[in-house]
Design a protein around this ligand. Structure first.
Ligand code: NDP
Length: 316
């Protein structure tokens, strides 16, 4: 342990509903938690519009507003919320070591991982190029939909996120083409219904994206019909991708047990990982439910588990 390393009883990594809920519980249990927000402060809800299914908001609430409230609630109980990204960890001995922004080392008796998940991409060269040069490829309709006001856009995906984003875009754009690779949606019935009843959304089932057209800016897409084997082009100025997410767990892979996709494995009925004193909450461990309310619930569990573990070890 470096002499300069700052030491904490409880370190929380990530600032979505899981991280902030863990912080609220840990802070109220006098664990003086330190929370690092990560690269996307507020997590995935920062790129969501109306949250209608979080209990306690009968009229719904905007995702960013809810995250601001959660942050304020965590800070009210003196959680130390900081900007910074955990770039590496060493869970081989106690206390655990965590490096922030490749520079600063923190040691912590207990660590709660709430790093969430990140958007998946199709992986096409044209998609990546136009994403990286800001040419009109996005995985966040709420962030970028505004730029395509009154224009035609294409959105890929058939899950709840894709349906939600298509509905959102339809309020801004003149037309939304929704590209679904199978002959059916994966989304829940209510979300499907909203899309199918929206006359500004045209769903193209059995279609795959071959190329996003345009050199510096999106001009259209070249699609492939996997039933007829025919190709067609559609003109559009924005290309949105909503095909699921990957857990942000790469930095933990040398220490924690992960499943095939990369989700952190925890003990049954517990947030405890295979490493003593390291707990997990939220989408980093949840490939099934992935809801704000389930993330918040597991954040609570992780803080309670960490508190009990610290007490058992005589550290709290
Ligand atoms: P999902 O994994 O549920 O859906 C991903 C979609 O993308 C599927 O239609 C899938 O197709 C498609 N897809 C995946 N890879 C590709 C590819 N390479 N090319 C084309 N299409 C592809 O992810 P979501 O992000 O939609 O949802 C994640 C979770 O969050 C779900 O549990 C969902 O219910 C939940 N959610 C709930 C909301 C709500 O209740 N308000 C809102 C948003 C999300 P295929 O079916 O063929 O595999």
């Amino acid at each position: 342990m470096s002499e300069e390393a700052e030491h904490h009883k409880c370190l929380i990594i990530g600032s979505g509903p899981a991280g902030y809920t863990a912080a609220i519980y840990a802070a109220r249990a006098a664990m003086k938690p330190l929370l690092y927000q990560g690269t996307e402060p507020g997590g995935q809800l920062m790129i969501t519009t109306d949250v209608e299914n979080f209990p306690g908001y009968p009229e719904g609430i905007m995702g960013p507003a809810m995250m601001e409230d959660l942050k304020k609630q965590a800070e009210r109980f003196e959680t130390d919320v900081r900007f910074g990204f955990v770039t590496s960890v060493d869970f081989s001995s106690s206390p655990h070591k965590v490096v922030i922004d490749e520079k600063k080392t923190i040691t912590a008796d207990s660590v709660i991982i709430s790093t969430g998940a990140s958007a998946n991409w199709l992986g096409l060269e044209s998609e990546m190029r136009l994403r990286d040069n800001g040419g009109g490829v996005s995985a966040c309709a709420v962030c970028d939909g505004f730029f395509y006001k009154g224009q035609d856009v294409v959105l890929v995906g058939g899950g709840d996120s894709a349906c939600e984003e298509a509905s959102y875009l339809s309020k801004l754009c003149s037309k939304v083409y929704m590209i679904v690779r199978k002959d059916h949606f994966r989304a829940s019935k209510i979300m499907q219904q909203r899309v199918l009843e929206n006359d500004k959304i045209e769903v193209l089932f059995n279609h795959e994206t071959r190329e996003v057209l345009g050199d510096d800016a999106v001009k259209g897409v070249r699609l492939f019909n996997n039933v007829t084997n025919e190709e067609r082009e559609i003109e559009c100025t924005g290309f949105f991708v909503a095909i699921g997410h990957m857990p942000n767990t790469e930095i933990f892979k040398d220490f924690l047990e992960l499943d095939d996709v990369g989700y952190i494995i925890h003990k049954p009925d517990s947030s405890a990982t295979n490493v003593e004193g390291v707990f997990v909450s939220g989408d980093a461990a949840d490939s099934v439910y992935r809801q704000a309310v389930t993330a918040a619930g597991t954040g609570c569990m992780a803080a309670l588990d960490a508190e009990r573990w610290l007490t058992e070890k005589g550290l709290h």
